[in-house]
Design a protein around this ligand. Structure first.
Ligand code: 2HA
Ligand code: ZN
Length: 273
């Protein structure tokens, strides 16, 4: 039997959090990630089968009772995750009553899950209803996308279409578009509820002037989704730096060609002017 620290799950979390840090999307203690593991996956390790501590959570997660999540810690810096994974992340199990979690690995200096854990769990619940393979919720602060929430209307349609028009990959990676909620205080149950409600229709929810919440089946896929959005946002920023005037763009016909080629189910409403 191997130790959890040597698992591919910890390895992938270290790689992902370092990638997020190196892209400049998770300064200081910014950002948080949770990855769902199955009971079978957890029980394979010699050091994940007993409860180390139990901590309360500020949200009733009984719908997720018995589920395991590898999650980053509150106040922890992504730049340090690789060196101190056992301190800065933890593997938790949601208890039957839903208002507490058992820590079965990690958080070894007394740490606890991210302050955005209610928003993560609520988002996991909504995405799991759509997709039984749902595994990851990722929160980060992609710079160019955050900047766009100051200069463009806070409309899911306007933001989605603008990003689609910046690169043909965008509509392929997020054909449903992305959702936008109003500005709200982070770390609250209220922003979690609004995010989860918006996650019913989108894998990505933009928090204006702050960042994104993204959902997916794997860390790579979820990171890739944010990466694609931020690439388009960077192209948008660069166009503004070149004077902002576009002489040509990707057209509705081009989007339809992409949909045919890649078998996409487009958000038709966002395609029309
Ligand atoms: O975890 O980014 O929104 C720190 C944050 C909160
Ligand atoms: Zn944040």
């Amino acid at each position: 039997m191997t130790k959890f620290i040597d698992s591919k799950y910890v390895k992938e979390m270290k790689q992902t959090t370092m990638n997020l840090y190196e892209h400049g999307w998770d300064e200081r203690n910014g950002g948080n990630v949770s990855l769902r593991l199955t009971k079978d996956e957890v029980e394979k390790f010699e050091d994940t089968n007993k409860t180390l501590r139990t901590v309360q959570i500020k949200f009733n997660a009984s719908e997720l009772a018995g589920k395991y999540y590898l999650v980053t810690g509150t106040g922890r810096y992504f730049k340090n995750m690789t060196e101190y994974p056992e301190r800065d992340m933890g593997l938790i199990k949601i208890n039957a009553e839903g208002n507490s979690v058992d820590i079965v690995w990690g958080f070894d200096d007394g740490g606890e899950p991210t302050s955005e854990f209610p928003a993560h769990l609520m988002s996991h619940i909504e995405r799991l209803k759509k997709d039984p393979e749902q595994r990851v919720i990722m929160h980060c602060h992609p710079t160019n996308l955050v900047a766009m929430t100051f200069t463009l209307p806070l409309s899911s349609k306007v933001l989605s279409r603008t990003l689609w028009q910046m690169h043909p990959e965008s509509i392929v990676v997020f054909p449903e578009g992305i959702g936008v909620i109003p500005y709200m205080c982070p770390g609250t149950t209220a922003i979690g509820e609004k995010t989860a409600e918006t996650m019913k229709d989108y894998h990505v929810v933009v928090w204006p002037h702050h960042g994104v919440f993204a959902a997916g089946d794997s860390l790579d896929e979820t990171f890739g989704l944010v990466e694609t959005i931020e690439k388009s946002a960077l192209v948008y920023t660069t166009i503004q730096a070149q004077g902002g005037k576009m002489l040509q763009t990707i057209t509705e016909k081009d989007f339809r060609d992409l949909a045919d080629r890649f078998g996409l189910e487009l958000n038709e409403e966002y395609l029309k002017d």
